[in-house]
Design a protein around this ligand. Structure first.
Ligand code: HGY
Ligand code: MN
Ligand code: MN
Length: 417
């Protein structure tokens, strides 16, 4: 029996792994991971390396006004819209080597494999490197793909500021990656994103592939509590307007409320700022962001309402001012069933252990669903660890997911006769 064109096709896992290790040298962290935050010089260096690799593979580059990169491999049908494969090269300040990067470089490996085999596709294939997926330096996360999907305006995005007060628009110009394409002008036939799970399920269930059916929705609620700057030594307890105490009680409330909404809901705080942040001054203000997520819309909104209500009550009881701004949000996402089935079929055809999974983390694919059919492929990560420099995967896991990505994408992009 003769194999159909592409039927036994797999990527070159060694070449994919080499690319991952090469990219990981740019913006190294302090503990084996990466600090290649968006619109930094390190980000610019990583972009340039990715651009070189893509142009060496015969791709042509487009860059939009948010700095997202699009690398095109032509198809045989000039009328056919491209199939996009993408993710992000920017990292957390103490990020891993694979979050986002695996998806972008697996897109490159997919193209390199098609070039090796001289396989053409009817639809063009475009690899996307979305700017500012992490939202670590400029909130909210998935900012550029959000502008692309019409969720944010370009002005809003350009005005986002990092903790040093630098704006997205100025930093994009400074690193020389302000493109000329209107954001969102590109039309996608379909979008696939390959990403590490960033959670413990696939490894625990001994599955190589996550067939991603949904993604949790998210709120980022930025609280600003206003206390009174006074001496920590000479101010009697009864006279204190203690914003730090209010914050602590609100964090406890977030934990308790999240546990009330189990199963499948998460909530916590990763970032807080005290002002003036001096050991012997009670804070005049405390700013922190509550991150809550669940795949159930009603739960998500219920959690937000309860947290905001209880925070206001806590602050009133302590005489502390309380304001809250939603600085990040997306509703729970259902990925496109037809594309999800392509991923599932690809895993079966390739003989990889797989299971359906809901993405705990947010991804550019969440916004892509607003403008095109979209889905994701996932691979396990060691101990479910991510957003930690010790994030780790095996070459076998990386390769399996890239094989599935290749085969699923070809089901949509169609091998040209
Ligand atoms: O926050 C997230 O889920 C993603 O890492 N930006
Ligand atoms: Mn990511
Ligand atoms: Mn991330």
């Amino acid at each position: 029996m003769v194999a159909k064109a592409g039927e036994n096709m797999r990527v070159n896992g060694d070449r994919l792994w080499d690319a991952l290790m090469e990219m990981a040298k740019i913006g190294p962290g302090v503990a084996g991971g990466n600090n290649r935050q968006t619109l930094t010089d390190e980000d610019a260096e990583g972009r340039a390396l990715f651009q070189k690799w893509c142009e060496d593979a015969g791709l042509t580059m487009g860059v939009d006004k948010m700095g997202s990169m699009f690398m095109t491999r032509p198809g045989t049908d000039p009328e056919a819209l491209p199939v996009y494969v993408g993710s992000h090269l920017d990292t957390q300040p103490t990020g891993g080597k694979y979050d986002g990067v695996l998806g972008v470089l697996s897109g490159l490996e997919l193209v390199r494999t098609l070039n090796d085999l001289n396989i053409k596709t009817r639809h063009p294939i475009v690899i996307a490197n979305w700017a500012n997926e992490e939202g670590a330096r400029f909130s909210p996360p998935m900012l550029a793909s959000g502008v692309f999907a019409g969720v944010h305006t370009l002005d809003y995005a350009y005005g986002r500021r990092d903790p040093e007060g630098l704006s997205y628009g100025d930093e994009l110009k400074r690193i020389g990656w302000l493109g000329d394409e209107e954001v969102g002008a590109r039309k996608m036939h379909a979008y696939y994103e390959y990403h590490i799970e960033q959670g413990p399920i696939l490894e625990a269930e001994k599955k190589e592939i996550g067939v991603v059916t949904h993604c949790q929705g998210l709120w980022w609620l930025e609280f600003t509590l206003t206390g009174k700057e006074t001496h920590t030594g000479s101010t009697p307890m009864a006279m204190r307007l203690n914003a730090g105490l209010a914050m602590a009680r609100i964090l406890e409330a977030v934990q308790a409320i999240t546990m009330d909404f189990q199963p499948n809901a998460v909530g916590g705080v990763g970032q807080m700022f005290f002002s003036p942040n001096s050991r012997n001054v009670l804070p005049g203000s405390v700013t922190f962001t509550v991150d809550i997520r669940t795949a159930d819309q009603e739960k998500l909104d219920g959690m937000r309402a309860r947290i905001e209500k209880q925070a206001a009550e806590i602050c009133e009881a302590l005489g502390v001012g309380c304001s809250v701004e939603a600085v990040g949000h997306f509703d729970p996402v259902t990925f496109t069933p037809e594309l999800v089935e392509n991923v599932r079929e690809a895993a079966v055809e390739l003989g990889y252990e797989h299971m359906d999974i809901v993405s705990g983390a947010g991804h550019d694919a969440c916004w892509a669903t607003k403008v095109a059919p979209a889905t994701m492929v996932m691979c396990p990560c060691v101990d479910g660890l991510s957003h930690n420099e010790a994030e780790d995967i095996s070459k076998e896991w990386a390769t399996a997911g890239a094989d599935v990505l290749l085969r699923a994408v070809l089901k949509t992009a169609e091998i040209a006769a």
